[in-house]
Ligand binder design. Structure first.
Ligand code: URA
Length: 209
């Protein structure tokens, strides 16, 4: 079973309060989502391998550590996942970015992929799939499934807020996927919104409500 890591660092919780507040406008909302994504990235990359490198400081020669070239891919789930990419790339600028979009067929209720463009070497990359809201888990599960069908081997899921129902659904469908979140909220309401949540993440990011 994958782990669920709730990053309740004071800075993250503080920023999340303003993200949740309905009076926070799109500009500030976007900035805060990026900042929290950056802080989550700090933790999600904790196990990246290091190697020794020889350098010269102004004082002497030294053997120090550098990332050992692990390849990372960031996969935002369209569209709200886009809001987290900037923050992640600030910490890991060499990561490649793929995009995936899914919708639920209104008749079959099955998830359908409408867009997917990923790095070609997806099988060799550690993938971070990002979506601010893990609600029912439907989009995350479908996106992870489509990525695995393309060869993805190593996937982590990063979200701002999760409902317990979403976490359970992902753990059930993809027990190999670790989940990193800033908060686990109370529940989903009858409209599929996370309670208390933050409303519609995509609308708040892009000002479309
Ligand atoms: N997607 C959102 O943007 N918000 C929710 O509360 C649930 C799903």
């Amino acid at each position: 079973m994958g782990i669920v890591k709730v990053l309740d660092h004071p800075l993250i919780q503080h920023k999340l309060t303003f993200i949740r507040d309905k009076n926070t406008g799109s500009k500030e909302f976007r900035e805060l989502v990026e900042e929290v994504a950056l802080l989550l990235t700090y933790e999600i990359t904790r196990d990246l391998p290091l190697e020794d490198v020889e350098i010269e400081t102004p004082v002497c020669k030294a053997t120090t550590k550098a990332l050992s070239g692990k390849k990372i891919g960031v996969i935002p789930i369209l569209r709200a996942g886009l809001g987290m990419v900037g923050g992640i790339l600030k910490l890991i600028p060499a990561a490649k970015v793929g995009h995936i979009g899914v919708y639920r067929d209104p008749e079959t209720l099955q998830p359908v992929e409408y867009y997917c463009k990923t790095p070609t070497d997806i099988a060799e990359r550690d993938l971070i799939v990002v979506d601010p809201m893990l609600a029912t888990g439907g989009s995350a599960n479908a996106s992870i499934k489509f990525l695995k069908e393309r060869g993805a081997q190593n996937i982590k899921l990063m979200c701002l807020i999760a409902a317990p129902e979403g976490i359970e659904a992902v753990q059930k469908a993809h027990p190999d996927v670790d989940i990193y979140v800033a908060a686990v909220d109370e529940k989903l309401n009858e409209h599929g919104y996370i309670v208390p949540g933050l409303g519609d993440a995509g609308d708040r990011l892009f000002g479309t409500k």
